[in-house]
Design a protein around this ligand. Structure first.
Ligand SMILES: [Zn+2]
Length: 228
């Protein structure tokens, strides 16, 4: 009898220890990417949760961006950042924007498709609005698609203050550093009121194609075409 009780107590003690250990682990792991919706994000793959003080003084812009709780990315997008695929100007623009709002990037290059089932290449395929034949800035790591801002989807929230705030944060970047291929939902574009001189694309077919995300890109390998 006594042996049975001791055995039971030992069993319970081991169980409690295991439970506490598991709970500690859950408490200390960032299961979710805070800037991305549940189920989206690279949080568990990178080991940010092991660090104490954040990025050191020698951290690269990419490391600083990945470390920022207000920046989220799918595993493909985070992989592009770590792999050095993403243009430095775009990394800087995202550092600026995530200083004011949380942003979840769905895609840079890896996993981007203009047309379902059609492999992306250096040129936008025919059939993608009037843009067919133009340079595919995603392919060259010069473009990001942002699908969630401050936890809300861009789709259906074009006039949400946070979604507009990202547009204004972009517009506040000096013209020579600001992306010159900024495309978003129709109501977002109309409310902000910026033109091609500021880097905004307002072509009707492109607004239709960007009703659920904001595309932030650089048209050329260097510099920008912004005049204001
Ligand atoms: Zn895009």
């Amino acid at each position: 009898m006594i042996r049975a009780v001791v055995g039971l107590l030992a069993f319970l003690a081991v169980g409690a220890a295991l439970f506490a250990g598991a709970f500690w682990a859950v408490e200390n792991v960032r299961w979710e990417e805070p800037a991305c919706p549940r189920g989206v994000g690279h949080g568990f793959q990178d080991l940010r949760w092991l660090e104490d003080g954040g990025p050191g003084p020698d951290a690269t812009p990419v490391e600083r961006l990945l470390d920022r709780p207000s920046f989220g990315a799918t595993s493909e997008a985070a992989g592009d950042l770590r792999g050095g695929v993403v243009d430095e100007r775009l990394v800087q623009a995202l550092l600026t924007v995530t200083g004011e709002h949380s942003v979840c990037v769905q895609v840079f290059k890896e996993g981007h498709y203009f047309l379902p089932g059609v492999e992306d290449g250096p040129v936008i395929p025919d059939g993608y609005g009037e843009a067919g034949g133009l340079t595919n800035t995603h392919y060259f790591g010069r473009a990001a698609d942002v699908r969630w801002i401050d936890g809300r989807p861009v789709g259906g929230n074009g006039t949400d203050p946070a979604v507009l705030g990202v547009g204004r944060a972009l517009a506040a970047i000096p013209p020579e550093e600001r992306p010159d291929q900024i495309i978003g939902p129709r109501d977002w574009t109309a409310r902000l009121g910026y033109s091609w001189e500021h880097g905004w694309i307002t072509a009707e077919d492109q607004l239709d194609l960007h009703d659920r995300h904001i595309h932030i890109g650089y048209r050329d390998e260097e510099g920008t075409n912004n005049t204001r």
